[in-house]
Design a protein around this ligand. Structure first.
Ligand SMILES: *Cc1c(COP(=O)(O)O)cnc(C)c1O
Length: 409
């Protein structure tokens, strides 16, 4: 048994997440703990709520952190909104749509799915048609799905949901901070995210926001734990089937009642607050433009090497590109050499795309010119050494062209 200190090898994480955390986030996370009702701590909680209102572009009161990875946010939203027997519609266009289905089923929903081929997205008309056919209480759809690198347009769906009296949940883990997300303008009722993609932090905290419509549904299911109830207060009508993910209790913990629930994960909150603070200082439009620029440079670079990209490019996320592994090239050998010789990680893929594409991310702290150019240079050398035909200098050159086009002449 070794007990050496943690000393991870230096890596440049250019996969679909996690990515290298912004050093400022890591520094914030090394700060000392506070008691959970210390006014300094509750002030940090309130500041975090306000910062994430800006990040989610919402006025929702119930904007807070669910402790756990992104999946904890998804699970909290679905288990708190869904009553057993509720019909839920899940349009699936990648791996994370299957996850929404699986979580909704575990919450007791009658789940209806529609599927498109991986790499494509749905039209609003197709989703409206499915709503008419299945009459769901809730539409649950992923925004950007890193498994296929495409992003489902949401801006028309809020109006469709409102017209049919359907609650609208979306997972923006992969898109938030690097692509536009407008919670209120798009009519989103419940939105959850994570830190390890464009927010530049570690996984372990799930920022989330809930409209007053969603809050009312959740509150109607609220129950106060027996040890905390006021005399005369009773458990709810159809209690939320998870204690840890009971958002009604989590709202009371983050709200003025400060009713004890879990112990807020202090270190994770420091990190989540710093992620949001950095984004708000940069401003969302500037952060999104940064992701667009470096994503465009990476896309041009892989094409400049003579490689093809996968998926509907019109609906591509800014922050991750899917590269088709050329015929005769062992995708894992390329990833192994990038990691072993250059310390650069790129992503593999799963499901129907397994062995067919690499996924290269440019997100959060790693959405930068030096990371893009370094990755393209290393990829070219690894491919050449493994005997794959590539255009010499084509990757870095094409990316440089994208950057020089951006500069004032
Ligand atoms: C990366 C990603 C997640 C990650 O979930 P974790 O629980 O943090 O691993 C969830 N949803 C989407 C759409 C993602 O791209």
């Amino acid at each position: 048994m070794s007990s050496l200190p943690i000393n991870p090898p230096p890596r440049l994480l250019m996969g679909p997440g996690p990515i290298n955390a912004d050093p400022r986030v890591l520094r914030a996370m090394s700060a000392q703990l506070l008691g959970q009702y210390d006014p300094a701590m509750t002030a940090y909680m309130s500041e975090t709520m306000a910062l994430y209102r800006t990040v989610f572009d919402t006025a929702n009161v119930q904007t807070l952190l669910v402790d756990g990875t992104s999946r904890a946010g998804i699970e909290a939203a679905l288990v708190s909104l869904i009553e057993p027997g509720d019909r839920v519609l899940v349009p699936i266009f990648g791996r994370f749509g299957h996850l929404l289905k699986e979580i909704a089923e575990r919450a007791g929903a009658e789940v209806h799915v529609r599927e498109v081929e991986w790499g494509q997205v749905f039209t609003a008309a197709a989703i409206e048609q499915a709503i008419i056919e299945t009459r769901p209480v809730l539409l649950a759809v992923v925004h950007g799905d890193t498994s296929t690198t495409v992003m489902q347009p949401l801006e028309e769906l809020g109006e469709v949901c409102a017209r049919h009296g359907v609650l609208f949940y979306t997972d923006v883990t992969a898109s938030l901070g690097g692509n536009p997300v407008h919670t209120d303008a798009w009519g989103l009722d419940a939105v959850t995210a994570g830190l390890q993609k464009c927010l530049g932090g570690p996984s372990g905290s799930a920022p989330a926001t809930f409209s007053s419509r969603a809050t009312d549904v959740i509150r109607s299911r609220s129950s106060v734990e027996a040890g905390l109830r006021d005399p005369g207060e009773t458990a709810g009508r159809s209690p939320i089937r998870s204690n840890y993910f009971d958002l009604a209790m989590i709202f009371d913990y983050w709200g003025p009642r400060r009713l004890n629930h879990h112990t807020e994960a202090t270190t994770a909150l420091y990190g989540a607050r710093e992620c949001a603070r950095l984004l708000v200082c940069e401003t969302l439009p500037v952060a999104i433009e940064r992701h667009r620029l470096h994503g465009a440079a990476m896309l041009a670079g892989v094409r400049g090497l003579g490689l093809s990209v996968f998926g509907d490019l019109e609906h591509r996320m800014n922050n991750v590109v899917a590269v088709v592994i050329p015929d005769g090239v062992n995708g894992d050998a390329v990833r192994g050499a990038l990691l072993g010789d250059f310390g650069i990680e790129i992503g593999t893929s799963f499901g129907p795309l397994q062995g067919k594409i690499w996924r290269i991310g440019t997100m959060g702290y790693n959405a930068r010119r030096d990371t893009v150019l370094t990755t393209l240079a290393a990829l070219e050398q690894v491919l050449r050494r493994l005997g794959a035909p590539v255009t010499g200098g084509g990757g870095v050159g094409a990316a440089w062209d994208v950057y020089s086009d951006q500069e004032p002449s």
